[in-house]
Design a protein around this ligand. Structure first.
Ligand SMILES: NC(=O)c1ccc[n+]([C@@H]2O[C@H](COP(=O)([O-])OP(=O)(O)OC[C@H]3O[C@@H](n4cnc5c(N)ncnc54)[C@H](OP(=O)(O)O)[C@@H]3O)[C@@H](O)[C@H]2O)c1
Length: 135
């Protein structure tokens, strides 16, 4: 007998809940799991902010997505989640570009001060349905 699928196709968690305007921020998006999450969200039609602490690495990741045809919905901003100044600068830039609502925050780092980041990012008003996916 086949094992039960990990994500059953009828799972309500896979139904589309976001709007055309939904914006997601992914930390550590230049490689690894973060990069794959950026790609998947973009494929799903979510506007994604790929963030990386290193400008060159972030731009290179965006270039890779462009070459793969996944960059239409992806923007890049610098964000070092261990640096309060970087977080504040990021929050200001985000607000200036996308407005004051953040719909999805995906933070894929375990060694950082997530509480500090969430606190600082709260300069951006969370969407009522905001998903905080912290891994
Ligand atoms: N891969 C797996 O199978 C797996 C399984 C279970 C758990 N995990 C956990 O999941 C997390 C991500 O795994 P991964 O394989 O995707 O790791 P990874 O390939 O090493 O990627 C980590 C990402 O986090 C970024 N980063 C590190 N410190 C940062 C900071 N202060 N500010 C902003 N970005 C920062 C890195 O940027 P730089 O490129 O600049 O270093 C990189 O983009 C890790 O905590 C890992 O332990 C992974």
């Amino acid at each position: 007998m086949d094992p039960e699928p990990y994500f059953p196709t009828s799972s309500p968690s896979l139904t589309r809940w976001w709007s055309e305007e939904a914006v997601a921020v992914v930390t550590g998006g230049n490689k690894g799991i973060g990069f794959e999450v950026v790609k998947k969200l973009a494929e799903l039609g979510v506007k994604v902010v790929l963030t990386a602490r290193d400008t060159k690495k972030g731009e290179a990741a965006l270039e890779t997505l462009r070459a793969q045809g996944h960059a239409a919905n992806v923007h890049f901003l610098v964000l070092d989640v261990s640096d309060p100044l970087s977080i504040s600068t990021f929050a200001s830039s985000f607000k200036a570009i996308f407005g004051a609502t953040l719909d999805i925050l995906v933070s894929i780092l375990h060694t950082i001060k997530k509480r500090v980041m969430i606190y600082k990012l709260s300069q951006i008003r969370p969407h009522p349905n905001q998903k905080h996916n912290i891994m």
